[in-house]
Design a protein around this ligand. Sequence first.
Ligand code: NAG
Ligand code: NAG
Ligand code: NAG
Ligand code: NAG
Ligand code: NAG
Length: 561
Amino acid sequence: MASYITHLLCILLLLLSTTLSQHSPPQSQFPPNRPLTAWTSLILAHHGERRPLLTHPTNPSLNPLGALQAHSSGSLMRRRYLTGPSAHNTSFVPLHGFHRNYIDNQRVHVLSAPEQPVVASAWAFLQGLYPPVDAPAAVGGSPKAGGGGWLAPLGGYQYGRVETAGGGDWNHIWVAGSDRCGLHALSTAAQINSSEYINTTQTSEGFFKSLVPGVFAGVVPEMMVSYHNAPQLYEYAAYATLHNSSVAATLPAAALARLRALAGMRGWGVHGVRRGSGGDSEEDGVLKPIAGRTFAERVLYLLSRATTSERPGELNLLFSSSAPFVGFSAISGLADHDARFKGVVEPGSMMVFEVFSHTDPEAGRPGKEDLWVRFLYRNGTAEGARLVGYPLFGRGRGKGDMQFEEFEKEMREVGKGVGEWCEVCGGGQVFCPTFLEGLERGRKEEGKGKNGKNGGGDGGGGKKKKKGTTALELGLGLGAAGFVVLLGVAVMVFCSRRQRRQRRREVKDKVDGWEMGDRGAKEEVGERSEADYGDGGVRDGDEDEEGVEPMREPVRVEDRV
Ligand SMILES: *[C@@H]1O[C@H](CO)[C@@H](O)[C@H](O)[C@H]1NC(C)=O
Ligand SMILES: *[C@@H]1O[C@H](CO)[C@@H](O)[C@H](O)[C@H]1NC(C)=O
Ligand SMILES: *[C@@H]1O[C@H](CO)[C@@H](O)[C@H](O)[C@H]1NC(C)=O
Ligand SMILES: *[C@@H]1O[C@H](CO)[C@@H](O)[C@H](O)[C@H]1NC(C)=O
Ligand SMILES: *[C@@H]1O[C@H](CO)[C@@H](O)[C@H](O)[C@H]1NC(C)=O
């Protein structure tokens, strides 16, 4: 019996040593499935479906389907950050220190553009995130003298704080940087002189005419049915396909898809950037995606708060229309990586930025050098729409996670603060003179442009502790690998000698059993065997993540996001 056990131990040791050598640095920089802790997050959510602008130009309010979409986004994030468990649409990534049932208005920050469908989407989203609950006094409930308590309306509705920014408030630019931007309006008007616009208008003329009888007759004057209005026409057609039986019966899916492509192209012409020959000038490359640039500035500012002070982690929710989505796709390399980001933004879509670490959460939030950022996207709200990770800034497939410092550097490149917005847009807002003055002064003092930002991050790059593989670490790693190989050889020799003496058949069966069970052990060993994920965060898991983009492949469990 004793030899039996030694035999098994031999086999185990052998397997351990081989897996150890496989997982020792530098081959595997960043093992999959290492537990991570999310510290802070920012979500940009597109409003849900509204009544079409074409038929309701003055009051395109959120409709019940739109509310359901926004609510679905909120409940998905609830599952991800607060309750779990993992599902096909998201994994469980607990947001550190957040209560799963009671909203903490000091930590959940909401900023919305002022239009009704956007604000209403924010409320519906919050309801999905923190549904009604009978709250005890300690967390905002209302006890009654003598026992019992009062329950808020609608079964304990929780009232968050939704900030809306419009009019002369400069916070408006974080969610709608192209609105009220004078030069952007001019550049949009100038689109009609671009050769792409002229060509596409010509080539699509017949197509638009063909849609008039079945879809647009009696809804808009025929002369309006052209490429020029493609986004609004598509919005109406998509809406009518869902809500109007006669349109649903007559409009072929292929026609709707073509309309969608034309709408996306037109939107990209206004808020995106055309590269290459015949593309946009450098100035237009700054101006056209301005909504993405101001949004990027805000993302960096809000996420940096989690790294620079003793502030608790936050959940930042921003609600907008399409412009920041398209603009950010243009400046972040997202659309270069995946051309689908040049298309129409589905109602209820989300961009998510997560700051996390692989450190022990009990030890508190780590310094900036141990923080990572990942970007996720949810395309629309359809059943099966999942959160999918994408790499930003031209990082290749499988490099979705980036170190905070790297993220910061890239975002600082593309972002624009209030002063810069005023400059790019040609001023015109009441708050501009002050900010422009500040920008001017900042530039004089700092010498170069980038430091004169306002409303943005903490300015300086600070002391950067480079976390990479030092020669010593490398030496140790190789040394360890060498040791492991030697150990493996020794074990092999030792065991094979024993094996010759051991002839019992059942042992072999057991061996097979052990080998089957080895998978799990292998992964655990991999997790514990090293701690260096310093340069770039190469993770084996990302490839999978990338491979399971929506619409390309059947749904697969996406558990690494
Ligand atoms: C996500 O998936 C779970 C489990 O399949 C499902 O119950 C939930 O409704 C889904 N959430 C959304 C918002 O689709
Ligand atoms: C388009 O080009 C014409 C002629 O070159 C010019 O007169 C017109 O102002 C341009 N339109 C816009 C909106 O820039
Ligand atoms: C528009 O058409 C002209 C002539 O057919 C062509 O030379 C030009 O490259 C086209 N431009 C675009 C942006 O497709
Ligand atoms: C359905 O669409 C047709 C064609 O666009 C339109 O004439 C009709 O009024 C619509 N019906 C409703 C109930 O909106
Ligand atoms: C989102 O989904 C639609 C289809 O529902 C697809 O046409 C589009 O390309 C997708 N966009 C992205 C960015 O994946």
